[in-house]
Design a binder for this molecule. Structure first.
Ligand SMILES: *[C@@H]1O[C@H](CO)[C@@H](O)[C@H](O)[C@H]1NC(C)=O
Ligand SMILES: *[C@@H]1O[C@H](CO)[C@@H](O)[C@H](O)[C@H]1NC(C)=O
Ligand SMILES: *[C@@H]1O[C@H](CO)[C@@H](O)[C@H](O)[C@H]1NC(C)=O
Ligand SMILES: *[C@@H]1O[C@H](CO)[C@@H](O)[C@H](O)[C@H]1NC(C)=O
Ligand SMILES: *[C@@H]1O[C@H](CO)[C@@H](O)[C@H](O)[C@H]1NC(C)=O
Ligand SMILES: *[C@@H]1O[C@H](CO)[C@@H](O)[C@H](O)[C@H]1NC(C)=O
Length: 938
């Protein structure tokens, strides 16, 4: 008997050891508790499981072997449930069933990354008193976090981050007396602004990690609360809040802090001296604040420092000599100083940094010539980013670097004119940006052969040549930018998994059938820019898999025949840009499906037929409709007036006839209100658009036909330029008086039509007008005197009409010369040479004109229409931004989900103004990485 039990025990222990590797036979350890298995199945009932993640959860099986279930091997009770999900396809969806209550020994519950459909945290969790670890992060919960967790006194880790929770108070934390790791990132704590610290203090004595990132916090107590004990605290994350300073006591109390994150706050002034107290610190992140002054000398006190991030501030001066191994910072591995105003000689500073693994100095004003000698000791270096500095890399021809880089960032450095040969020695890099680096050379074949591991490649703005490369096996390549070079060959086969492809501004020729290959391979493509090449032929009708496509630019090529029907499948397309081609036929009706279109530019083709009426109803967020220089005919559909966000309407140079629709485009009549919310939403798309457009040299925004003024996109963002150009058509009848309501309109061109009647007297109300061209019509009567109120007017052309009477006198009018008025035989007064009569009137009286100057035709019935169309602008930016984010740049998506992070991020962006371009471009990867560490990869 004794022997027997001993033997069984032996077997049991053996099984225990081998659990998970070998299935034991004979039911020796099938000790699972039937009621708990039932409870788990009931829990499963509450969930949709599209990818069958829980397929092992079946009646009759030992639940201890089910996926994600862990049991106590002695008692057989379920003690852990780990159902985290790391990708969007495998998400469990539904609600958390109270069946979990029948697992009384459950101590570990991890539901990260699933989708609980915006439900609240179930109250019953508060009764699961054996829970030690509860992780509900990024699981689409929302709502009020009340005190239902108060009794979980054994809880050691609680992660509620990345949901849409808010709380009224944190008093319930006081019950959680064993807490070691608390992550409330993304929980809105704004309504406990005054006592959040007081309540957290109660659990501080045991707390090792505290994360309150993106919690809408503004301030910490200015003096240390009594009995505050931070002795166990190792990690403190207060990033993405609104702190504008940190009280000195905070740093004095934290004796063991290793990791401090204050990035994305409003920290002002100098880097606080009290930081020297944190001698145990290993990681310090003060990035994305408004810190000024130079980098202080005292960092050498922080002898344990491993990573220092001061990027995105306004720091100036040079890199202090104390920052480096010569001063005992032997552990320092990562130094992030990008996007500041650091200057000085890099040659002088660089040797002290040679033990670094990551050196990021991008976007500063450093200068110098770096040669082999300077980098000879950098044997650990993996990330080198010197982009956007005035730095020359002058390496000897056969230099073999001591490092293997993963990330090569040398944009706008001086590398050329030869292609840098040392790159051939680098076998591991995944990111390379040598754009705008003065390289005028043939890309060597060895470079293309390195590519299997590259994910992101930017060679733009050089003078590169070479041909015959085939990217079709480059499965890792996600971003390929070869734009603005001299590549002169047939379009190469493209990387099959790419998201962003920019081959614009080269000399690529031939057809684009290779695009079809990648569209069929994967649905990953988001932006495709082939503009400004010599491509030709028919655009293939193969766009069935393009639902993630956001920007498609085929402008300035020689594509012929019609726009393919299958563009209608591109349901996320925001910009379709195909100006300057040879396209014919009409606009296919399938484009109706592209309901998030913001920019439709088909200018300068040979398109014909009527302008589709459904543009007004189905492309509701259109901002720019540019169909000029085609052969469209019939009337302008009045439906276009439904386009609430329209900023640019260019229908010039067509064969349109009938009247100008009598309505008000709301966006042209109303100033965008820059309240934070809409502005921030707006910015997502606005910035993307303007960044994109600033690169693509969109002609419409550069020159205004017939005027020698040009739009400088630098100052104005895309959305703020508001133009109507209906010139060179056969439009009839009068200029509708509604035009006076377009107070935000900057340019109006109605020239070369068949317009009659008088210029509406309220034209003086268009106070933003800078360009006005009404020439070559049959307009009559006097020039309204209100026109002298157009203070911004820089270009005026009223020539070749039948205007009569005197030219109104005003300062603004005196800036125009004769050419603005010529060809109106009955006009008189300065600047024309023909003088008026002595009483100031013209000798000519047009019988059709009323004496009361400024009669407005058809005024009686217009108010009605105004109201119908809604003068009040209801910005659609939110939906716009949403649509955009579904594909574009993963991080926008993350930002949209978590309101407080989003606001903080854009608050930050909007402070940067002209640096936005580099911000976005240079830091895209970094941000992505950051956000990915905070949430499971999508
Ligand atoms: C399993 O249960 C036994 C008996 O209650 C307990 O002593 C042991 O600590 C438990 N083991 C685990 C891993 O929870
Ligand atoms: C939950 O699972 C994720 C993914 O494995 C892991 O990163 C996280 O640390 C787990 N949470 C806890 C509390 O262990
Ligand atoms: C949130 O929950 C707390 C405690 O249950 C309650 O006092 C408060 O009114 C709730 N707030 C809202 C908005 O429901
Ligand atoms: C916590 O426990 C106390 C005492 O057992 C009980 O009165 C209270 O209702 C419990 N609170 C919750 C939210 O379960
Ligand atoms: C592409 O489209 C075809 C047919 O429309 C479909 O069968 C296929 O699964 C799609 N491929 C991808 C990667 O979406
Ligand atoms: C464009 O293509 C058409 C037809 O293939 C051809 O006749 C024309 O010369 C081409 N234009 C240019 C500028 O290459």
């Amino acid at each position: 008997m004794m022997v027997n039990t001993g033997f069984l025990q032996f077997i049991a222990i053996l099984c225990l050891l081998m659990q998970g590797i070998v299935q034991c036979n004979g039911g020796l350890n099938s000790q699972f508790i039937a009621s708990e298995a039932e409870a788990l199945l009931e829990f499963k009932e509450g969930l949709k499981d599209p990818s069958n993640v829980l397929s092992s959860w079946k009646h009759g099986n030992d639940c201890c072997h089910w996926k994600g279930v862990g049991c106590n091997t002695t008692t057989g009770h379920v003690i852990s449930l780990d159902l985290y999900c790391s990708n969007s396809l495998d998400k469990l969806q539904g609600h958390v069933s109270s069946a979990l209550l029948q697992l009384p020994y459950l101590s570990y519950l991890n539901l990260t990354g699933n989708d609980f459909m915006q439900s609240r945290v179930p109250d019953f969790l508060g009764n699961m008193q054996n829970l030690k670890h509860l992780d509900l992060s990024h699981a689409n919960f929302k709502g009020n976090l009340s005190d239902n967790l108060v009794n979980l006194s054994l809880l050691e880790s609680l992660d509620l981050s990345g949901n849409a929770f808010y709380v009224n108070n944190l008093k319930w934390l006081q019950g959680l007396s064993s807490m070691k790791i608390l992550d409330l990132s993304g929980v809105d704590l704004s309504s406990c602004e005054n006592d959040w610290f007081h309540d957290i203090r109660a659990i501080l004595h045991s707390l090792e990690t505290l994360r309150l990132s993106g919690c809408q916090l503004h301030k910490l107590p200015t003096s240390p609360p009594p009995e505050v004990n931070f002795d166990s605290l190792v990690t403190l994350d207060l990033s993405i809040n609104y702190f504008n300073s940190t009280p000195d006591w905070l740093f004095e109390k934290c004796h063991h802090l290793q990791n401090l994150n204050l990035s994305l706050n409003n920290l002002q002034g100098l880097i606080p001296y009290s930081i020297v107290r944190l001698t145990t610190l290993e990681i310090l992140d003060l990035s994305k604040n408004s810190l000024i002054g130079s980098i202080p000398n005292f960092f050498d006190w922080l002898v344990n420092l491993v990573a220092l991030d001061l990027s995105y501030n306004m720091l100036s001066g040079s890199i202090p000599s104390t920052l480096g191994q010569d001063h005992g910072l032997n552990n320092l591995k990562e130094l992030h100083l990008s996007i500041n105003q650091l200057n000085g000689s890099l040659e002088r500073s660089i040797h002290q940094l040679s033990s670094l693994v990551v050196l990021n100095l991008a976007v500063n004003n450093m200068e110098g010539i770096i040669s082999d000698v300077h980098l000879a000791n950098f044997s650990n270096l993996k990330v080198l980013d010197l982009s956007f500095n005035d730095v020359t890399l002058n390496m000897s021809k056969n230099w073999i670097p001591p490092f293997q880089l993963e990330n090569i960032g040398l944009a706008k450095c001086h590398l050329g004119p030869q292609f840098p040969k040392w790159i051939q020695t680098q076998k591991n890099f995944s990111h390379i940006d040598i754009s705008n680096a003065g390289v005028f050379d043939i890309v060597p074949n060895w470079f293309w052969d390195l590519l299997p591991s590259v994910e992101h490649m930017n060679l733009s703005y050089n003078g590169l040549r070479s041909c015959g490369h085939d990217f079709s096996q480059k499965f890792k390549l996600k971003t390929l930018d070869l734009s603005n070079n001299n590549f002169s060959c047939a379009l190469p086969r493209l990387p099959p998994n790419s998201r962003h492809l920019d081959l614009s501004n080269n000399l690529f020729y031939g057809t684009i059938s290779h695009v079809c290959e990648i569209l069929c391979f994967n649905n990953s493509l988001e932006t495709l820019d082939l503009s400004f090449n010599n491509l030709s032929g028919v655009i293939p009708n193969c766009w069935t898999n393009g639902t993630n496509m956001i920007i498609l630019n085929l402008a300035k090529n020689n594509f012929t025949e019609s726009i393919p029907d299958s563009f209608g499948n591109l349901i996320n397309l925001h910009m379709l840009i195909m100006y300057n081609n040879n396209l014919s036929g009409g606009i296919p009706e399938t484009l109706k499906n592209c309901q998030v279109m913001t920019l439709l530019d088909l200018q300068s083709n040979r398109l014909r037929g009527p302008i589709p009426y459904w543009i007004g109803t189905d492309m509701q967020i259109l901002e720019a409709l540019i169909l000029g220089r085609n052969s469209f005919d019939e009337n302008i559909p009045t439906n276009l007036c439904l386009l609430k966000s329209l900023h640019i309407l260019d229908l010039s140079d067509n064969q349109l006839t009938g009247p100008i629709p009598r309505c008000v485009f709301p966006a042209m009549a109303t100033e965008e209100s820059v309240n934070e919310k809409s502005y921030m939403e707006f910015l997502t798309i606005e910035e993307s658009l303007s960044i994109y457009l600033s690169r693509s040299k969109h002609p419409l925004l550069i020159s205004w036909k017939g005027a020698d003024r040009s739009f400088h996109r630098g100052g104005r963002m895309f959305g703020y330029i508001k133009i109507i150009d209906l010139s060179s058509n056969f439009l009839k009848e009068g200029i509708p008086a509604e035009i006076g309501k377009l107070v935000e309109l900057v340019g109006l061109n109605l020239s070369s039509n068949q317009l009659v009647g008088s210029i509406p007297s309220n034209i003086g109300e268009m106070e933003s007008l800078e360009w006005l061209d009404l020439s070559s019509n049959q307009l009559s009567c006097a020039i309204p005197t209100s026109m002298v109120n157009l203070c911004s007017l820089g270009v005026l052309n009223l020539s070749y009409n039948t205007l009569s009477g005197n030219i109104p006198i005003g300062i603004q009018m005196e800036t125009f010369d004769e050419s603005s008025f010529q060809g109106n035989p009955h006009l008189c007064g300065s600047p024309l040479t023909k003088a008026c009569l002595e009483d100031g009137n013209s000798w000519f009286k047009d019988k059709h004109c009323s004496d009361i100057e400024g009669s407005i035709e058809h005024e009686s019935d217009d108010n009605h229409e105004d109201k119908v169309l809604g003068m009040e602008i209801n910005p659609l930016y939110i939906s716009m931004a949403m649509g955009f984010s579904t594909g574009f740049w993963v991080f926008w998506g993350s930002l949209i989900l978590i309101a407080s992070w989003r606001h903080a991020y854009f608050r930050f962006l909007s402070n940067l103004n002209d640096k936005i371009y580099v911000t976005v471009v240079v830091t895209l990867n970094k941000l992505q990485r950051k956000l990915h560490t905070q949430q499971p990869p999508m």
